[in-house]
Design a protein. Structure first.
Length: 294
């Protein structure tokens, strides 16, 4: 019997959703950062074995929106709860349930879909603390399974996948077995560049960044791919920070991104980056549509 289905992974920002999914898929598709608003779109990641196919939906972290982009992200996250076979709710090792976790728990109370709770970052706590956490969430009587994991170390991630298999319905293979994401190559490349920008830049800049891929062209005479991309930001002052003194910051972002893009494409890459200002684009519906947030 072949089993298949769709599994959404939700939780507040920075709880480890993308780290978990990249570990399962074995490729870096979802970008990882310790800053909020890292994942902006719903990304489908495909895990295929001989007897099953699991389509994971990595969604933006659920948080109170501050602008039109935030409203779009919240809508994306909440809509997936109605579309899937299994909901995965991820929390971290904190004993205190924060405001956003409580908000998500309230959203899940009326969901009839099976819910797996993952307690992430257990590498940071001892067994006694972990038992207390499991007991605390078990008392809510909401979850089909509670699994403590460490997404960064891979602890109990196999157990999570096996648990999904138990809950999956019988179904078809939705995607070819060698396909790991529904995202086009250029979107993955733009997300890699944005991840590197998030890593290197000051706190106030990253949320206003969008990366557009202008062109990807393979050279006929050698094993080299030219990638031209534009980093959009919201203020002239941010543009200066992104470029850096004598262009050093932009060089660092480009160098780091190029290494990951080369792994993705399996080829040498010549990455050229430009920086442009698009004031308050996160508040403009036409710009959100133009940048692909539909």
């Amino acid at each position: 019997m072949y089993k298949s289905g769709f599994v959404t992974v939700i939780g507040r920002p920075n709880v480890g959703k993308s780290t978990l999914l990249n570990h399962i898929i074995g490729e870096k598709i979802s970008i990882i950062s310790d800053k909020p608003q890292t994942t902006r779109n719903k990304i489908q990641l495909v895990y295929t074995e001989e007897d099953c196919q699991i389509v994971f939906l990595d969604t933006p972290g659920i948080q109170k929106p501050k602008n039109k982009l935030g409203e779009y992200m919240l809508k994306v996250s909440k809509s997936t709860l109605e579309e899937v076979d299994i909901v995965t709710f991820m929390v971290d090792e904190s004993m205190k349930t924060g405001r956003l976790d409580n908000y998500i728990i309230n959203q899940l109370k009326d969901i009839k879909t099976p819910i797996i709770l993952l307690i992430n970052k257990i590498d940071k706590i001892d067994q006694q603390q972990m038992d207390k956490l499991v007991s605390k969430y078990d008392d809510l009587n909401m979850f089909s399974y509670i699994i403590p994991v460490s997404a960064i170390n891979g602890t109990n991630v196999d157990k999570y996948v096996e648990t999904i298999k138990k809950l999956l319905p019988e179904g078809p293979q939705y995607f070819p077995e060698d396909m790991i994401t529904d995202q086009p190559e250029r979107l993955i490349i733009s997300e890699i560049i944005r991840e590197k920008a998030l890593e290197y830049l000051k706190e106030e800049v990253p949320h206003g960044i969008f990366v557009a891929i202008d062109s990807i062209e393979k050279r006929e005479d050698k094993d080299l791919i030219d990638v031209h991309a534009t980093i959009y930001c919201e203020k002239e002052s941010h543009k200066g920070i992104i470029i850096g003194k004598r262009g050093q910051m932009l060089k660092e972002i480009g160098k780091s991104a190029r290494l990951d893009i080369e792994k993705l494409l399996g080829s040498q890459v010549n990455l050229q980056l430009w920086v442009k200002v698009e004031k308050n684009w996160r508040e403009k519906e036409n710009k959100l549509r133009y940048f692909g947030y539909k």
